[in-house]
Design a protein around this ligand. Structure first.
Ligand code: FAQ
Length: 311
């Protein structure tokens, strides 16, 4: 019965056995994963837009090739995670529909504009860097298909982070104007990057269940602190200043303590009122409409092929 099944499930989680698509699982576990994985997939897809904005304006061929490859990787990650979500019984059509009508969430970070070339460096370094911290944890999560997807995706995100940091390092070895451009990009993206990890643990309604089921193995605040600890020295090494007057190193805890995040801004952005929410939604909806002939053609082709087989 239900309670025995639940107890067996909890025991498997406790032992660290991965849960696979055909295994029994509580409906709440299934729904939490669909929620989280679909938001993650949408983030990868919407995440192509800010950087895609600079493909035609990359400063040279080498930069253009790397950026093009990175943005294509994000598309691949999105499709990969949609497939992983489908193993839970979700329909991709429905998930995409939820995004297009503005019901499903995607990461707040992609609602900020990319104003200069330095933003491309900063995004690779900080945004992919934050994604790696979060996804390295998710690579150990209890749901098999998601954890395996994360392993592969993290390998690519590492390359993204390196290409971003290298862009920033190059700017920091350049002219005064280039250094200013890098600092300005850091100033604009630092706080939104910290918001990527989600609300404080005390204000995170989903954390308790996700931790219990080992979908999350660390809390939002723990991951955010780890990210700050690894990123501050990287900034200092190349002469960038973190835009936080309260930042200070705590010798005892070995943590870089930092100031308070603007949570009003965070909640405004996730409710649709960030600087670029409307543009992002319009771009996704336009892309979906413009791609309708491809979907129609593939359905027509599949029908034609089926017909031939019957003959
Ligand atoms: N933005 O109870 P919690 C990438 C929502 S990386 C928007 O703490 P949870 C790579 C949250 O969904 C970015 N919404 O939630 C890339 C919940 O709303 P709901 C994507 C946020 O799930 C790099 C509510 O607030 N990565 O794309 C955000 O326990 C460069 C309450 O929060 C993932 O999605 C936010 N920042 O923890 C691509 C990783 N934070 O659903 C292109 C998977 C929170 O109840 C270029 N996801 N919310 O209505 C996760 O690890 C978790 O879902 C968290 C949130 C940590 C994001």
């Amino acid at each position: 019965d239900e309670s025995t099944r639940n107890a067996e499930f909890d025991k498997r989680i406790e032992e660290g056995t991965k849960i696979e698509p055909k295994d029994w699982m509580p409906e709440k576990y299934r729904n939490q994963l669909i929620r989280m994985m679909s938001q993650h997939a949408h983030s990868e897809v919407v995440g192509m837009l800010p950087e895609g904005n600079w493909i035609t304006r990359a400063p040279n061929l080498r930069r253009k090739m790397a950026l093009l490859a990175k943005v294509q990787d994000e598309a691949g990650h999105g499709l990969y995670i949609y497939s992983a979500a489908e193993t839970l019984g979700a329909s991709r059509e429905d998930l995409v529909h939820q995004l297009l009508i503005g019901k499903a969430k995607y990461s707040s970070i992609f609602n900020y504009p990319t104003l200069t070339w330095a933003d491309i460096g900063i995004i690779g370094w900080l945004v992919d860097g934050a994604a790696i911290v979060n996804q390295t944890m998710l690579a150990k999560c209890s749901y098999g298909p998601y954890s395996r997807a994360m392993l592969r995706i993290c390998a690519e995100e590492n390359f993204h982070k390196k290409q971003g940091y290298e862009i920033v390092c190059t700017l920091m070895k350049g002219t005064e104007e280039q250094k200013k451009m890098a600092q300005d990009a850091l100033n604009r993206f630092w706080w939104p990057t910290l918001m990527m990890f989600g609300p404080h643990d005390s204000d995170s309604p989903n954390s308790a269940t996700l931790l219990k089921w080992k979908v999350k193995k660390k809390t939002n605040d723990e991951l955010r602190q780890h990210f700050v600890n690894i990123t501050v020295p990287q900034a200092r090494t190349i002469g960038l200043e973190i835009p936080d007057p309260n930042l200070k190193y705590n010798e005892e805890t070995k943590n870089w303590e930092f100031g308070e995040i603007n949570w009003e801004e965070f909640y405004a952005v996730i409710k649709g009122h960030g600087p670029c929410n409307k543009d992002r939604m319009k771009a996704r909806n336009d892309a979906h409409e413009n791609g309708s002939w491809v979907r129609e053609a593939s359905v027509a082709y599949a029908k034609k092929k089926q017909g031939k087989k019957v003959e």
